[in-house]
Design a protein. Structure first.
Length: 259
């Protein structure tokens, strides 16, 4: 099982063992993803940093999300802030509320497929490139890295899809990993309902709809892939031209990060 049970962090797992073609699989102990590790306990720290040897945390959240739920006191690993959306740091912020919702502070209940399509813009893609470069700089040297957003579903899910695509995983296997998020997310129903109730202005029926519409779905990743195809000429061109990873570099990464 790739799922990692932590006391204070949801939706944690590693990518080791995912097939990448030609009889190879992602090497264990290198690539990890999770929700925001703001609630790390001492036991969680021992597991992540001592037992699993994670050397770098990549935070994909906006600045205001980090302020609301800070990850503090991490001395065991490098912490990198590489947000996909952040008005101050990236120059772009996602502010489009889904139908029947409102913006509360800076929190937004998005329309998921629209959000996934929106990620394929030059500023966010530049951040994706930085994140992927950071991940592979560590992993190719045998150092474990963990990336996270808030819930570990959308931004972390897209970054995971890119990492696995570089290594040669099929879209079916990428989707299987992505959908594992629902096992953790469904346990968080009460917390998610309370959040969406605020964003739905107290409409309980709409809040329930939002909880379920914001689960991990094939349509979400499909929307991202569709935008990549339309705007960048497909995933292979995206990896080569947008992420700056050519065929020789991909070969080197497969050699270093798969078995």
């Amino acid at each position: 099982m790739r799922t990692i049970e932590l006391e204070g962090v949801q939706n944690a797992r590693e990518l080791g063992g995912i097939a990448v073609g030609n009889g190879r699989a992602v090497a264990p102990g290198l690539f990890f993803r999770s929700a925001a590790p703001a609630g790390l306990t001492d036991a969680d720290r021992r597991l992540l940093f001592e037992q699993l040897g994670i050397t770098c945390l990549i935070d994909l959240r906006c600045g205001w999300e980090r302020e609301a739920k800070p990850v503090v006191g991490i001395t065991e690993a490098e912490v990198r802030h590489i947000p996909f959306y952040d008005l101050e740091k990236v120059g772009i912020e996602y502010t489009e509320p889904g139908a029947g919702t409102k913006v509360v502070g800076r929190d937004v209940a998005c329309d998921p497929p629209r959000f996934y399509r929106s990620l394929v813009n030059p500023l966010t893609v530049g951040q994706m490139r930085r994140a992927v470069e950071c991940i592979f700089a560590h992993a190719a040297a045998g150092r474990a890295v963990l990336w996270h957003c808030s819930g570990g579903k959308d931004r972390a899910g897209v970054l995971t899809a890119l990492v696995l695509s570089v290594l040669g995983a099929s879209r079916e296997d990428i989707l299987d990993d992505y959908l594992l998020t629902n096992e953790s997310r469904d346990k968080e129903y009460d917390r998610l309902f309370a959040r969406f109730l605020k964003l739905a202005d107290g409409d309980a029926a709409r809040a329930r709809e939002l909880v379920f519409s914001h689960r991990a779905t094939p349509e979400n990743l499909g929307a991202f892939y569709g935008a990549v195809d339309e705007r960048c000429g497909g995933m292979e061109a995206f990896i080569d031209e947008q992420l700056g990873i050519g065929s020789e570099r991909r070969r080197q990464l497969r050699e270093a990060c798969t078995l």
